[in-house]
Design a binder for this molecule. Sequence first.
Ligand code: PAF
Length: 275
Amino acid sequence: MQRICLEWRCRGLRTALVPTMGFFHAGHLSLMRWARANADRVVVSLFVNPTQFGPGEDLDAYPRDRGRDESLARGAGIDLLFSPLREAMYEQDHSTLITVEDLSGLLCGRSRPTHFRGVATVVAKLFNLCLPSVAVFGEKDWQQLTVVRRMVRDLNVPVHIQGLPIVREQDGLAMSSRNAYLTTEERAQAPAIFNGLLRIRDMVEEGETRGETLVEAYRTWIAGNAPLGRIDYVEIVSPTTLEPLPEIDGPAMIAVAVHLGRARLIDNLMLQGRT
Ligand code: PAF
């Protein structure tokens, strides 16, 4: 990979990297299309990264369909699908991990304490392997995007990070490879996750500014509209620091994680301002 991408770079070509764990949906394809339109070469990495899964999480169950992914990626006009073996990415005595302090312990980091360390490490490795000018991430994983941006800033990594809007199903459910885990009954309740976010934004537009009131309203919404759902967290936070906001008086977003059966689904919505 390094040899191919270095050669492109020496020829003055700009590479866009789309890091993924595969099982592509329209969200992934929108990242690939953006990359195709904005770079000379497009590399999509497909690697289910073991270091970002905690004990008891869904590493082995994570949905995979290599053949379908290949044909979708080809259809999106990418140049190279990079799908390394686990043993090639991590030597047995791999011992270097990147921790983005503070940001990694908030929101998803509370229930997944080693997750963002795994993400930052694999993303740094992919940057070193693919030497991209730009890397493209979806905004559904807002915390991931924030962590990667902080890492790039702190370590002077010469890669531009491009975030792109969440792609949703017609009923509002954010697209995710993990939606495949939902049963019919769970899938019917899943749109409540996003509809609840819209409800909270309405409340903010009507003048509500108290974080706690908004959080309680979201909890009540889920209890009433997705009784199978179990909230991991719901927080009103600063989009840049991800710290909880007791009072909205500037840029603010709502971020949630909800367990629905085997799936743990995340979503977010900007409530006020944009960073
Ligand atoms: O968002 C994902 O699919 C993964 O976290 C990423 C960025 C590919 C790192 O493994």
